[in-house]
Design a protein around this ligand. Structure first.
Ligand SMILES: *Cc1c(COP(=O)(O)O)cnc(C)c1O
Length: 416
Protein backbone atom coordinates (compact mmCIF):
# COMPACT_ATOMS: atom_id res chain seq x y z
CA UNK A 1 0.00 0.00 0.00
CA UNK A 2 1.35 3.45 -0.94
CA UNK A 3 0.71 6.67 1.00
CA UNK A 4 -1.68 8.09 -1.57
CA UNK A 5 -3.91 5.02 -1.78
CA UNK A 6 -5.64 5.91 1.46
CA UNK A 7 -6.90 9.23 0.21
CA UNK A 8 -9.14 9.41 -2.85
CA UNK A 9 -10.51 12.75 -3.92
CA UNK A 10 -10.52 14.12 -0.38
CA UNK A 11 -12.16 10.98 1.02
CA UNK A 12 -11.06 8.13 3.24
CA UNK A 13 -13.19 5.22 2.10
CA UNK A 14 -16.53 7.00 1.48
CA UNK A 15 -16.15 9.74 4.10
CA UNK A 16 -14.99 13.24 3.11
CA UNK A 17 -12.14 14.45 5.31
CA UNK A 18 -13.76 17.87 5.34
CA UNK A 19 -16.70 16.34 7.19
CA UNK A 20 -14.37 14.76 9.74
CA UNK A 21 -12.67 18.11 10.29
CA UNK A 22 -16.05 19.81 10.69
CA UNK A 23 -17.36 17.22 13.17
CA UNK A 24 -14.26 16.45 15.20
CA UNK A 25 -11.95 19.40 14.62
CA UNK A 26 -8.24 19.29 13.87
CA UNK A 27 -5.64 17.95 14.35
CA UNK A 28 -7.22 14.50 14.08
CA UNK A 29 -5.78 11.13 13.24
CA UNK A 30 -7.98 9.26 10.76
CA UNK A 31 -7.71 5.54 10.08
CA UNK A 32 -9.37 3.28 7.50
CA UNK A 33 -10.82 0.04 8.79
CA UNK A 34 -10.65 -1.49 5.31
CA UNK A 35 -6.96 -0.57 4.95
CA UNK A 36 -6.10 -1.97 8.39
CA UNK A 37 -7.82 -5.25 7.58
CA UNK A 38 -6.31 -5.40 4.10
CA UNK A 39 -2.84 -5.06 5.62
CA UNK A 40 -3.57 -7.82 8.11
CA UNK A 41 -4.96 -10.03 5.33
CA UNK A 42 -1.78 -9.53 3.30
CA UNK A 43 0.23 -10.98 6.21
CA UNK A 44 -2.24 -13.84 6.66
CA UNK A 45 -2.18 -14.66 2.94
CA UNK A 46 1.61 -14.57 2.78
CA UNK A 47 1.63 -17.11 5.63
CA UNK A 48 -1.00 -19.36 4.04
CA UNK A 49 1.52 -22.22 3.94
CA UNK A 50 1.85 -21.94 7.76
CA UNK A 51 -1.74 -21.93 9.07
CA UNK A 52 -0.57 -22.06 12.69
CA UNK A 53 1.61 -18.96 12.26
CA UNK A 54 0.76 -16.15 14.66
CA UNK A 55 0.78 -12.48 13.71
CA UNK A 56 1.44 -10.52 16.89
CA UNK A 57 0.65 -6.88 16.16
CA UNK A 58 3.26 -4.62 17.81
CA UNK A 59 1.07 -2.49 20.05
CA UNK A 60 3.59 0.33 20.33
CA UNK A 61 2.99 1.29 16.69
CA UNK A 62 -0.55 2.37 17.59
CA UNK A 63 -2.26 1.15 20.74
CA UNK A 64 -5.74 2.59 20.28
CA UNK A 65 -8.27 0.14 21.74
CA UNK A 66 -10.40 0.15 18.59
CA UNK A 67 -7.42 -0.91 16.47
CA UNK A 68 -6.45 -3.61 18.97
CA UNK A 69 -10.06 -4.83 19.03
CA UNK A 70 -10.14 -4.93 15.23
CA UNK A 71 -6.92 -6.96 15.01
CA UNK A 72 -7.94 -9.24 17.89
CA UNK A 73 -11.21 -10.07 16.10
CA UNK A 74 -9.23 -10.77 12.92
CA UNK A 75 -7.26 -13.37 14.89
CA UNK A 76 -4.10 -11.45 15.70
CA UNK A 77 -1.97 -11.81 18.79
CA UNK A 78 0.04 -8.92 20.21
CA UNK A 79 3.63 -7.97 20.87
CA UNK A 80 3.79 -5.79 23.98
CA UNK A 81 6.69 -3.92 25.54
CA UNK A 82 5.18 -2.78 28.86
CA UNK A 83 2.57 -3.51 31.49
CA UNK A 84 0.61 -0.59 30.09
CA UNK A 85 0.42 -2.28 26.70
CA UNK A 86 -0.72 -5.50 28.39
CA UNK A 87 -3.50 -3.53 30.06
CA UNK A 88 -4.48 -2.09 26.68
CA UNK A 89 -4.62 -5.52 25.05
CA UNK A 90 -6.72 -6.94 27.87
CA UNK A 91 -9.04 -3.90 27.84
CA UNK A 92 -9.52 -4.37 24.10
CA UNK A 93 -10.48 -8.02 24.56
CA UNK A 94 -7.23 -9.44 23.19
CA UNK A 95 -6.36 -13.04 24.03
CA UNK A 96 -3.45 -13.13 26.53
CA UNK A 97 -2.55 -16.60 25.24
CA UNK A 98 -1.50 -14.84 22.01
CA UNK A 99 0.67 -12.19 23.67
CA UNK A 100 4.46 -12.03 23.53
CA UNK A 101 6.21 -9.63 25.90
CA UNK A 102 9.36 -7.92 24.60
CA UNK A 103 11.55 -5.20 26.09
CA UNK A 104 14.88 -4.82 27.89
CA UNK A 105 13.53 -3.32 31.10
CA UNK A 106 10.57 -5.37 32.31
CA UNK A 107 9.76 -4.57 35.92
CA UNK A 108 8.84 -7.33 38.36
CA UNK A 109 5.28 -6.03 38.70
CA UNK A 110 4.94 -6.14 34.91
CA UNK A 111 6.25 -9.71 34.82
CA UNK A 112 3.80 -10.64 37.57
CA UNK A 113 0.85 -9.14 35.69
CA UNK A 114 1.87 -10.99 32.54
CA UNK A 115 2.24 -14.28 34.42
CA UNK A 116 -1.18 -13.78 36.01
CA UNK A 117 -2.73 -13.01 32.61
CA UNK A 118 -1.23 -16.19 31.13
CA UNK A 119 0.68 -14.76 28.20
CA UNK A 120 2.15 -16.93 25.44
CA UNK A 121 5.76 -15.98 26.00
CA UNK A 122 8.28 -13.66 27.62
CA UNK A 123 10.83 -12.54 25.06
CA UNK A 124 13.75 -12.36 27.49
CA UNK A 125 16.52 -9.90 26.64
CA UNK A 126 19.26 -10.52 29.24
CA UNK A 127 20.66 -13.03 31.75
CA UNK A 128 19.49 -10.87 34.64
CA UNK A 129 15.95 -10.75 33.27
CA UNK A 130 15.92 -14.54 32.95
CA UNK A 131 17.13 -15.02 36.54
CA UNK A 132 14.65 -12.45 37.86
CA UNK A 133 11.74 -14.00 35.97
CA UNK A 134 12.69 -17.49 37.13
CA UNK A 135 12.86 -16.41 40.79
CA UNK A 136 9.56 -14.55 40.52
CA UNK A 137 7.77 -17.47 38.87
CA UNK A 138 9.11 -19.80 41.56
CA UNK A 139 7.84 -17.47 44.29
CA UNK A 140 4.41 -17.31 42.65
CA UNK A 141 4.27 -21.04 42.05
CA UNK A 142 4.06 -20.58 38.28
CA UNK A 143 6.02 -21.62 35.22
CA UNK A 144 7.07 -18.77 32.98
CA UNK A 145 7.06 -19.47 29.22
CA UNK A 146 10.27 -18.04 27.79
CA UNK A 147 12.04 -17.29 24.55
CA UNK A 148 15.42 -15.62 24.38
CA UNK A 149 15.73 -12.59 22.17
CA UNK A 150 18.88 -13.29 20.26
CA UNK A 151 20.90 -10.41 18.91
CA UNK A 152 22.13 -11.84 15.60
CA UNK A 153 24.62 -8.97 15.05
CA UNK A 154 23.16 -7.98 11.69
CA UNK A 155 23.10 -4.56 10.10
CA UNK A 156 19.51 -4.09 9.01
CA UNK A 157 20.47 -1.05 6.92
CA UNK A 158 17.96 1.28 8.54
CA UNK A 159 18.03 4.52 10.55
CA UNK A 160 20.51 4.16 13.48
CA UNK A 161 17.76 4.95 16.03
CA UNK A 162 15.66 2.01 14.85
CA UNK A 163 18.41 -0.54 14.11
CA UNK A 164 18.26 -3.04 16.95
CA UNK A 165 20.13 -6.11 15.72
CA UNK A 166 23.74 -4.95 15.96
CA UNK A 167 26.08 -6.23 18.67
CA UNK A 168 26.34 -2.65 19.94
CA UNK A 169 22.58 -2.37 20.58
CA UNK A 170 20.97 -2.71 24.00
CA UNK A 171 18.61 -5.41 22.72
CA UNK A 172 18.82 -9.18 23.07
CA UNK A 173 21.72 -11.47 23.92
CA UNK A 174 24.53 -12.72 21.65
CA UNK A 175 24.09 -16.21 20.15
CA UNK A 176 26.84 -17.76 22.32
CA UNK A 177 25.33 -16.38 25.52
CA UNK A 178 21.85 -17.50 24.44
CA UNK A 179 23.09 -21.08 24.18
CA UNK A 180 24.40 -20.96 27.77
CA UNK A 181 21.20 -19.37 29.05
CA UNK A 182 18.99 -21.95 27.29
CA UNK A 183 21.01 -24.73 28.96
CA UNK A 184 20.53 -23.06 32.33
CA UNK A 185 16.81 -22.41 31.73
CA UNK A 186 16.20 -26.00 30.68
CA UNK A 187 17.14 -27.06 34.21
CA UNK A 188 14.84 -24.57 35.92
CA UNK A 189 11.44 -25.99 36.92
CA UNK A 190 9.94 -22.47 37.04
CA UNK A 191 10.74 -21.85 33.37
CA UNK A 192 9.33 -23.45 30.25
CA UNK A 193 11.34 -22.88 27.07
CA UNK A 194 8.93 -22.24 24.23
CA UNK A 195 10.76 -20.23 21.63
CA UNK A 196 13.57 -18.19 20.24
CA UNK A 197 13.16 -14.68 18.87
CA UNK A 198 14.80 -11.65 17.33
CA UNK A 199 13.86 -8.23 16.02
CA UNK A 200 16.64 -6.59 14.04
CA UNK A 201 15.15 -3.19 13.34
CA UNK A 202 12.33 -1.21 11.85
CA UNK A 203 11.45 0.22 8.44
CA UNK A 204 13.41 -2.60 6.73
CA UNK A 205 13.28 -2.35 2.95
CA UNK A 206 15.56 -5.26 2.10
CA UNK A 207 14.44 -8.81 2.95
CA UNK A 208 18.04 -10.11 3.06
CA UNK A 209 19.06 -9.07 6.60
CA UNK A 210 15.87 -10.55 8.08
CA UNK A 211 16.45 -13.79 6.18
CA UNK A 212 20.05 -13.89 7.43
CA UNK A 213 18.82 -13.36 10.99
CA UNK A 214 16.34 -16.21 10.52
CA UNK A 215 19.19 -18.49 9.42
CA UNK A 216 21.26 -17.63 12.51
CA UNK A 217 18.28 -18.32 14.78
CA UNK A 218 17.52 -21.58 12.99
CA UNK A 219 21.12 -22.73 13.47
CA UNK A 220 20.74 -22.08 17.19
CA UNK A 221 17.35 -23.82 17.30
CA UNK A 222 18.85 -26.86 15.57
CA UNK A 223 21.73 -26.91 18.03
CA UNK A 224 19.33 -26.73 20.98
CA UNK A 225 17.18 -29.52 19.57
CA UNK A 226 20.31 -31.64 19.20
CA UNK A 227 21.05 -31.02 22.89
CA UNK A 228 17.57 -32.14 23.87
CA UNK A 229 16.19 -28.64 24.35
CA UNK A 230 13.28 -28.49 21.90
CA UNK A 231 11.97 -25.16 20.66
CA UNK A 232 8.28 -24.76 19.79
CA UNK A 233 8.28 -21.45 17.99
CA UNK A 234 10.48 -19.10 16.04
CA UNK A 235 9.58 -15.42 16.44
CA UNK A 236 11.24 -13.24 13.81
CA UNK A 237 9.98 -9.92 15.10
CA UNK A 238 8.58 -7.07 13.09
CA UNK A 239 10.32 -4.45 11.02
CA UNK A 240 8.86 -4.69 7.51
CA UNK A 241 9.11 -1.19 6.05
CA UNK A 242 6.50 0.81 4.21
CA UNK A 243 6.52 3.37 1.43
CA UNK A 244 6.54 6.92 2.82
CA UNK A 245 7.79 8.69 -0.30
CA UNK A 246 9.24 6.63 -3.13
CA UNK A 247 10.82 3.69 -1.29
CA UNK A 248 10.36 0.32 -2.96
CA UNK A 249 9.03 -1.47 0.12
CA UNK A 250 8.83 -5.22 -0.39
CA UNK A 251 5.41 -6.87 -0.30
CA UNK A 252 4.81 -9.09 2.71
CA UNK A 253 5.13 -12.13 0.45
CA UNK A 254 8.47 -10.95 -0.97
CA UNK A 255 9.74 -10.14 2.50
CA UNK A 256 8.74 -13.55 3.86
CA UNK A 257 9.80 -15.71 0.89
CA UNK A 258 13.50 -16.14 1.83
CA UNK A 259 12.57 -16.59 5.50
CA UNK A 260 10.03 -19.30 4.72
CA UNK A 261 12.56 -20.98 2.42
CA UNK A 262 15.12 -21.02 5.26
CA UNK A 263 12.62 -22.48 7.72
CA UNK A 264 11.76 -25.19 5.15
CA UNK A 265 10.27 -28.33 6.66
CA UNK A 266 11.10 -27.67 10.32
CA UNK A 267 8.20 -28.18 12.70
CA UNK A 268 8.37 -24.73 14.21
CA UNK A 269 5.43 -22.45 14.74
CA UNK A 270 6.24 -19.08 13.19
CA UNK A 271 5.52 -15.80 14.93
CA UNK A 272 5.91 -12.30 13.49
CA UNK A 273 5.52 -8.95 15.24
CA UNK A 274 4.61 -6.43 12.54
CA UNK A 275 3.67 -2.94 13.65
CA UNK A 276 4.33 -0.29 11.02
CA UNK A 277 3.39 -2.50 8.05
CA UNK A 278 -0.08 -3.12 9.50
CA UNK A 279 -1.01 0.44 10.41
CA UNK A 280 1.41 2.97 8.90
CA UNK A 281 -0.30 3.61 5.59
CA UNK A 282 -3.78 2.98 7.00
CA UNK A 283 -3.82 6.33 8.78
CA UNK A 284 -3.24 10.03 8.22
CA UNK A 285 -3.08 13.15 10.32
CA UNK A 286 -5.62 15.79 9.35
CA UNK A 287 -4.54 19.34 10.10
CA UNK A 288 -5.57 22.87 9.21
CA UNK A 289 -3.42 25.77 8.04
CA UNK A 290 -3.54 28.38 10.81
CA UNK A 291 -1.66 31.01 8.86
CA UNK A 292 0.93 31.60 6.18
CA UNK A 293 4.06 33.56 6.92
CA UNK A 294 6.37 34.71 4.17
CA UNK A 295 9.80 35.27 5.72
CA UNK A 296 12.87 36.80 4.11
CA UNK A 297 14.32 33.35 3.34
CA UNK A 298 11.49 30.87 3.59
CA UNK A 299 7.75 30.50 3.28
CA UNK A 300 6.06 28.98 6.30
CA UNK A 301 2.71 27.26 6.52
CA UNK A 302 1.89 27.13 10.22
CA UNK A 303 -0.56 24.31 10.85
CA UNK A 304 -2.44 23.19 13.95
CA UNK A 305 -0.59 19.85 14.22
CA UNK A 306 2.93 19.85 15.62
CA UNK A 307 5.86 17.70 16.69
CA UNK A 308 3.95 16.73 19.84
CA UNK A 309 1.28 15.14 17.59
CA UNK A 310 3.64 13.56 15.05
CA UNK A 311 7.21 13.29 16.32
CA UNK A 312 8.76 11.31 13.46
CA UNK A 313 9.94 14.26 11.33
CA UNK A 314 11.58 15.98 14.33
CA UNK A 315 12.93 12.73 15.76
CA UNK A 316 14.24 10.89 12.69
CA UNK A 317 14.04 13.57 10.03
CA UNK A 318 11.34 11.31 8.57
CA UNK A 319 9.45 12.20 5.39
CA UNK A 320 5.66 12.22 5.32
CA UNK A 321 3.74 13.15 2.18
CA UNK A 322 1.64 16.25 2.78
CA UNK A 323 -1.30 16.93 0.51
CA UNK A 324 -3.97 19.57 0.33
CA UNK A 325 -7.34 17.99 0.99
CA UNK A 326 -9.76 20.75 0.23
CA UNK A 327 -8.90 23.64 -2.02
CA UNK A 328 -10.06 26.94 -0.68
CA UNK A 329 -12.16 29.11 -2.98
CA UNK A 330 -9.49 31.71 -3.60
CA UNK A 331 -6.77 30.68 -6.02
CA UNK A 332 -3.41 30.92 -4.28
CA UNK A 333 0.16 31.06 -5.46
CA UNK A 334 2.33 27.97 -5.04
CA UNK A 335 5.43 28.27 -2.87
CA UNK A 336 7.96 25.91 -1.43
CA UNK A 337 6.66 25.81 2.12
CA UNK A 338 8.11 24.75 5.41
CA UNK A 339 5.16 22.99 7.04
CA UNK A 340 5.56 23.74 10.73
CA UNK A 341 3.55 23.53 13.94
CA UNK A 342 2.98 26.04 16.76
CA UNK A 343 5.49 24.42 19.16
CA UNK A 344 8.37 26.60 20.32
CA UNK A 345 11.21 24.58 18.77
CA UNK A 346 12.91 25.10 15.43
CA UNK A 347 12.83 21.31 15.16
CA UNK A 348 9.03 21.49 15.12
CA UNK A 349 8.44 20.73 11.46
CA UNK A 350 6.24 18.24 9.65
CA UNK A 351 7.77 18.72 6.22
CA UNK A 352 10.43 20.82 4.51
CA UNK A 353 10.34 22.48 1.14
CA UNK A 354 6.89 21.32 -0.03
CA UNK A 355 5.56 22.89 -3.20
CA UNK A 356 1.94 23.69 -2.41
CA UNK A 357 -0.59 26.39 -3.26
CA UNK A 358 -2.00 27.18 0.15
CA UNK A 359 -4.40 29.56 1.80
CA UNK A 360 -5.25 30.18 5.41
CA UNK A 361 -7.80 27.61 6.58
CA UNK A 362 -6.84 24.91 4.08
CA UNK A 363 -7.06 21.33 5.28
CA UNK A 364 -3.93 19.24 4.85
CA UNK A 365 -3.43 15.50 5.21
CA UNK A 366 -0.11 14.23 6.49
CA UNK A 367 0.05 10.75 5.06
CA UNK A 368 1.48 7.46 6.36
CA UNK A 369 0.83 8.58 9.93
CA UNK A 370 -0.91 5.46 11.27
CA UNK A 371 2.23 4.05 12.90
CA UNK A 372 4.32 5.80 15.56
CA UNK A 373 2.11 8.88 15.23
CA UNK A 374 -0.45 9.02 18.01
CA UNK A 375 1.50 6.47 20.04
CA UNK A 376 4.54 8.77 20.24
CA UNK A 377 2.52 11.92 20.83
CA UNK A 378 2.96 14.06 23.94
CA UNK A 379 1.48 17.08 25.67
CA UNK A 380 4.55 19.25 25.05
CA UNK A 381 3.69 22.96 25.14
CA UNK A 382 0.53 21.93 27.07
CA UNK A 383 -1.12 20.85 23.85
CA UNK A 384 -4.07 18.48 24.31
CA UNK A 385 -3.58 15.31 22.32
CA UNK A 386 -5.38 14.95 19.00
CA UNK A 387 -8.63 13.08 18.42
CA UNK A 388 -8.66 9.74 16.57
CA UNK A 389 -11.39 8.65 14.15
CA UNK A 390 -11.94 5.29 12.48
CA UNK A 391 -13.66 5.29 9.10
CA UNK A 392 -15.63 2.29 7.90
CA UNK A 393 -17.31 2.70 4.53
CA UNK A 394 -19.74 5.60 4.88
CA UNK A 395 -19.48 5.68 8.65
CA UNK A 396 -17.01 7.23 11.03
CA UNK A 397 -16.51 6.77 14.72
CA UNK A 398 -14.59 8.78 17.28
CA UNK A 399 -12.20 6.24 18.83
CA UNK A 400 -10.39 8.71 21.06
CA UNK A 401 -11.84 12.08 21.97
CA UNK A 402 -9.65 15.14 21.81
CA UNK A 403 -8.04 15.86 25.16
CA UNK A 404 -9.27 18.86 27.13
CA UNK A 405 -7.34 21.37 29.21
CA UNK A 406 -8.78 19.61 32.26
CA UNK A 407 -7.15 16.34 31.07
CA UNK A 408 -3.81 18.12 30.96
CA UNK A 409 -3.76 18.83 34.69
CA UNK A 410 -5.92 15.96 35.94
CA UNK A 411 -3.00 14.00 37.44
CA UNK A 412 -1.34 16.99 39.07
CA UNK A 413 -1.70 18.56 42.49
CA UNK A 414 -0.87 22.18 43.23
CA UNK A 415 0.84 23.29 46.43
CA UNK A 416 -2.13 24.84 48.23
C1 LIG B 1 8.97 -2.07 17.59
C2 LIG B 1 8.99 -3.54 17.62
C3 LIG B 1 8.26 -4.28 16.69
C4 LIG B 1 7.49 -3.65 15.57
O1 LIG B 1 8.32 -3.05 14.64
P1 LIG B 1 7.74 -2.49 13.25
O2 LIG B 1 8.92 -1.92 12.59
O3 LIG B 1 6.72 -1.45 13.61
O4 LIG B 1 7.14 -3.63 12.53
C5 LIG B 1 8.27 -5.65 16.81
N1 LIG B 1 8.97 -6.27 17.79
C6 LIG B 1 9.68 -5.59 18.72
C7 LIG B 1 10.40 -6.32 19.76
C8 LIG B 1 9.72 -4.21 18.66
O5 LIG B 1 10.44 -3.54 19.56
Amino acid sequence: MTPHQLLRDGHIEAVPLAEIARLYGTPTYVYSRAALLANYSAWRAALASHPDALICYAVKANGNLALLDLFARAGAGFDIVSGGELARVLAAGGDPAKVVFSGVGKREEEMEAALAAGILCFNVESADELFTLSALAKKLGRRAPVSLRVNPDIDAGTHPYIATGLASAKFGVPVAEALELYRWASQEPSLRIVGIDCHIGSQLLDPAPAAEAAKRLLALADRLTAEGIPIEHLDLGGGLGICYRDEAAPTVADYLAPILAAVSARKLRLIFEPGRSLVGNAGLLLTRVLRLKHGPVKHFAIVDAAMNDLARPALYDAWHEIVKVVSSEAPSEAHRYEIVGPVCETGDFLGHDRLLALAKGDLLAILSAGAYGMSMSSNYNARPRAAEVLVDGHTHRLIRRRETFADLIAAETGLS
